[in-house]
Design a protein around this ligand. Structure first.
Ligand code: AMP
Length: 395
């Protein structure tokens, strides 16, 4: 029996999964929401048993984690008899800066390292630390492993990760491209390698969800990615602007009378397809609106897909060609309209896509008969990747 608990702690939430790593089967999953806010609740499902929702006040992550332990070990609706049946805990950590190029077994030095990058991940890293510390206290004696969203991208060469600003800004203040969704890009690239039975591949991994990013993966290593110092750079997303002329920012501040912080929040929460369409950040709503003739919704979709195409072209240049385009994430796995728009008129790259196969959800091969490029849909599984990394480090 090898059970690994995967924890994704946010500022007011904890998502968790319990995975049996002998079979890689999910045993239980759940979500604690509104920690420290009115209406705290835990929703827990042990696979094969009924879903349980309990609303009760939880003042902090400690109280929330006690509820997670209770739910996992509940005699009737739980997944294990006691926490002794769990061998290790894997944690999603947003920012590992340049220090963490691999998952790390948590000790005081690693915690200090994660603290060091709070400045770069101010919303996530403090919550991630809380999640780890709470587990160390309430589930004592288990190894905890930190798996970083940035780690996979640490193989990018300097010419890809540096910004065109004075070198001191990088040296003194760590300002550079880091990239995010690394666990997903790595999982998808590894699945592709497994499917094709080889590693010498030039892959563009497209993680398209609420947050979206592309990565150029050559011979298993990331050589470029669209997100930057923060997850705001790159593609246009659900509510994030993506690439924008930096000089537009003071202009926006001036025109809308916003502070720097308000402007960053605006660019993260009010922009992207939501901002352009005025309809929604959810692609199902956008596509329904576009279907009914809403031109702004159509424009937002066109902009979203256009940027993906542009970056695929850029990464083809960066890698000297492409062997595989792989789609993942809520949009990548489910949205055949986006996939079609991205893959149409890409023959110059050797892309011929099989439209008949496109009406699927989840794993699929969309490669057309004349394609030089494999086109795959891969269901990403960041939690399983975290559990695999944890297992390989501690068991
Ligand atoms: P994620 O962040 O990976 O969970 O992706 C969530 C996003 O995926 C949602 O906001 C939707 O925009 C999109 N999505 C999920 N299911 C569908 C679907 N069936 N068709 C189109 N978009 C979808």
């Amino acid at each position: 029996m090898t059970n690994i608990l995967v924890i994704n702690a946010g500022s007011s939430s904890i998502k968790y999964q319990l995975i049996d790593m002998e079979t890689e089967d999910l045993k239980a999953k759940g979500l604690v929401e509104r920690i420290g806010i009115d209406g705290s609740a835990i929703t827990h499902t042990t696979i094969g048993k009924e879903k349980i929702k309990t609303v009760k006040p939880m003042a902090d992550h400690g109280e929330a984690m006690l509820e997670v332990i209770k739910a996992l070990t509940d005699e009737e609706t739980g997944a294990v008899k006691s926490m002794d049946e769990i061998q290790a805990i894997g944690h999603r950590v947003l920012h590992g800066g340049e220090k963490f190029t691999q998952p790390s077994l948590v000790n005081e030095e690693v915690l200090e390292g994660i603290r060091e990058y709070i400045e770069l991940g101010p919303l996530h890293n403090p919550a991630n630390i809380k999640g780890i510390e709470t587990c160390m206290e309430l589930i004592p004696g288990k190894p905890n492993v930190a798996v970083f969203d940035t780690a996979f991208h640490q193989t990018m060469p300097e010419h890809a990760y540096l910004y065109g600003i004075p070198y001191e800004a990088y040296k003194d203040h760590k300002i550079r491209k880091y990239g995010f969704h690394g666990t997903s890009h790595r999982f998808v690239a590894m699945q592709v390698e497994k499917i094709l039975g080889r590693k010498d591949l030039r892959i563009v991994t497209c993680h398209l969800g609420n947050g979206s990013s592309l990565a150029a993966v050559k011979d298993g290593k990331c050589i470029d990615t669209t997100m930057g110092l923060t997850p705001l750079e790159g593609l246009m997303m659900g509510t994030r602007s993506g690439d924008i002329d930096p000089a537009a920012i003071p202009y926006l501040m001036h025109k809308y009378n916003m502070t720097a912080e308000e402007t960053v929040t605006y660019l993260n929460k009010k922009c992207g397809v939501l901002g352009v369409s005025g309809v929604s950040s959810d692609f199902r709503d956008l596509e329904a609106a576009a279907e009914e003739g809403n031109e702004k919704a159509q424009l937002a979709l066109d902009m979203f897909c256009y940027r993906i195409k542009k970056y695929i072209g850029a990464y083809a240049a960066a890698m000297g060609g492409i062997d595989v385009i792989a789609f993942a994430g809520g949009i990548g796995e489910n949205d055949n309209i986006v996939r079609k728009a991205v893959l149409t008129d890409m023959e110059f790259l050797g892309v011929d896509f099989n439209e008949a196969a496109n009406n699927v959800r989840g794993d699929a091969d969309l490669t057309g008969p004349n394609s030089k490029v494999k086109i795959l849909v891969v269901s990403t599984n960041e939690e399983l990747m975290i559990a695999r990394e944890t297992k390989s480090l501690v068991l």
